[in-house]
Design a protein around this ligand. Structure first.
Ligand code: TYD
Length: 130
């Protein structure tokens, strides 16, 4: 499944969501990064990865994520902090339509390595011949 709703734990003090590596996400998490200070008209991403799998959670605000396996594009709206989106390796991803308060948390299966990126769309299509 690509999207998943996580259990919201909480009480009168507020809410809490726990994400465990290899349990709540389908890989061991080696890296975490987050994106904020974005603008609605300026998309990000626009790349795929040879190896890296990612799990995206908008912890504040909202954005849209379009995933493209070369044959099919699907756009997901992430607007709840308990909603996670899995982006497999070799899937082209673009994040767009950010709200001003958007904080997009990304859990990644690999350490950062620019060599793992495919930033050219034609190359992506050719490489995987999908
Ligand atoms: P970039 O890949 O352009 O961001 P996006 O995920 O929105 O496409 O990354 C922006 C800059 O940050 C670029 O110089 C690479 C660097 N970066 C790291 O150093 N480590 C990381 O884990 C990530 C995701 C990016």
């Amino acid at each position: 499944m690509t999207t998943k709703y996580h259990q919201i734990l909480g009480d009168h003090r507020g809410k809490l969501i726990a994400i465990e590596s290899g349990i709540d996400v389908p890989f061991e998490v080696k890296r975490v990064f987050y994106i904020y200070g974005t603008q609605s008209g300026i998309p990000r991403g626009q790349h795929s990865h040879h190896e890296t799998k990612q799990y995206l959670i908008v912890v504040s605000g909202s954005c849209k994520v379009t995933l493209d396996n070369g044959n099919e594009k699907t756009t997901y709206k992430l607007n709840q902090p308990n909603l996670g989106l899995f982006q497999d390796r070799m899937v082209w991803g673009e994040m767009h339509d950010f709200s001003e308060d958007c904080v997009l948390l990304v859990l990644a299966s690999e350490h950062y390595d620019e060599e793992d990126y495919i930033r050219n769309y034609d190359e992506f299509l050719e490489m995987y011949n999908v």
